[in-house]
Ligand binder design. Structure first.
Ligand code: THU
Length: 135
């Protein structure tokens, strides 16, 4: 996997962030197991609570295009690498508990790496619902 390439795609996505309220632009690039890359940026709203994070935009785009397995995500924020929020950790965990999370600053130079499982230990996922008569 070309980590630099993935970070570059997240940097480009960040340029499209719609963040007039927080002024905190975020970009994400999610690598699917089949090699496709899905990008996302944060999309804020005048009704603040409806803001959507870059990571979830990328994931929802991917799911809607038929991808279901993912190996890595690059997330690019401001002056220093930032880690995904709790809501994004939960949503990513559904599909990729072992996802490699690459966190980078705005120019993609300072980076940190972690597995989603480390960032989200004992996460609630599909396995928890096994045997409950659900889907
Ligand atoms: N944000 C993301 O896009 N991803 C994260 O993981 C953390 C926060 C966005 C949401 C909001 O538009 C701005 O950053 C400030 O919280």
């Amino acid at each position: 996997m070309d980590e630099k390439g993935l970070i570059r795609r997240a940097v480009e996505a960040r340029e499209r962030a719609y963040a007039p309220y927080s002024k905190f632009a975020v970009g994400a690039a999610l690598l699917a197991a089949d090699g496709r890359i899905f990008t996302g940026c944060n999309v804020e709203n005048a009704s603040y609570g409806l803001t959507m994070c870059a990571e979830r935009v990328a994931l929802f785009k991917a799911i809607s295009e038929g991808a279901r397995e993912f190996t890595a995500i690059a997330i690019v924020c401001g002056a220093s690498p930032c880690s995904p929020c709790g809501a994004c950790r939960q949503v990513l965990f559904e599909f990729a508990p072992d996802l490699l999370v690459i966190m980078a600053d705005a120019d993609g130079k300072r980076t940190k790496r972690a597995r989603l499982r480390e960032l989200f230990p004992e996460g609630f996922g599909p396995h928890a619902l096994k045997g409950c008569g659900g889907p």
